[in-house]
Design a protein around this ligand. Structure first.
Ligand code: DC
Length: 215
């Protein structure tokens, strides 16, 4: 297997993409890259700086001042901003409420897409997000669109103890002008509503095998 391949896992909020991507990466010996964490980190930083998340100009100017470092711990992606790892803050109510606005800003997307693509210089990835199959790696043959019933997704977030209006976020993420959430060309839909972690992983491996992945 070519070790610098990209497997694209896209889908709406709380569909189980992260868990699936993590297990796929483990099974295939690839790095799991959580692109949502990158958008969340920028959102965290903008809130730290008391910026208005819908102020494109202010957020774009912030990008020029801060140092974003994306790397991996050998298993999954890591991120620091100006040397700080914001991991513990990324699922706060404030970040959940503002991440869709920040991720609709074209300069934010351009900046992060470059960082996302640069992972392939060093390693193969299972990358999860909203535009991985459509924009970040449109040429990869390995694309899965994970979905699940809205009630299942809302319950999942509630069980995680999070305040997160996923329907609102999905609407914003699907309707934005730049790189909206959509089923990209060549992606196969995996309905995760009824799957366990194991059966979801097996279903994804079947899809990837049919897409030509050798493992
Ligand atoms: O996957 P997540 O719920 O942690 O993503 C948080 C937000 O980041 C999501 O509501 C939209 C944005 N996002 C994006 O625009 N593009 C991506 N590739 C990943 C996430």
């Amino acid at each position: 297997m070519n070790s610098h391949i990209a497997i694209a896992i896209d889908g709406p909020a709380a569909s189980g993409k992260s868990t699936l991507a993590k297990h796929l990466a483990e099974r295939l010996g690839l790095i799991m890259v959580n692109s949502g964490a990158m958008y969340r980190s920028i959102t965290w930083k903008a809130l730290e700086e008391n910026l208005d998340p819908s102020d494109d100009k202010a957020v774009t100017a912030m990008l020029g001042r801060i140092e974003i470092r994306c790397s991996s711990n050998g298993i999954m992606s890591t991120i620091t901003i100006d040397g700080v790892d914001p991991r513990e803050q990324l699922r706060s109510e404030g970040v959940n409420a503002n991440v869709s606005a920040i991720s609709a800003i074209p300069a934010v997307r351009e900046h992060l897409i470059d960082l996302q693509r640069s992972y392939l210089e060093h390693t193969g990835v299972v990358m999860e997000g909203r535009d991985i199959g459509s924009v970040v790696f449109p040429d990869t043959p390995y694309k899965i669109y994970v979905t699940a019933d809205e009630s299942v997704r809302a319950k999942r977030r509630g069980d995680d103890g999070e305040v997160d209006s996923i329907a609102k976020r999905d609407a914003a993420d699907s309707q934005r002008k730049t790189a909206p959430l959509k089923i990209s060309e060549g992606a196969v839909i995996l309905d995760n509503s009824e799957h366990t972690i194991e059966s979801g992983l097996e279903a994804a491996l079947e899809i990837l095998k049919a897409q030509g992945l050798e493992f």
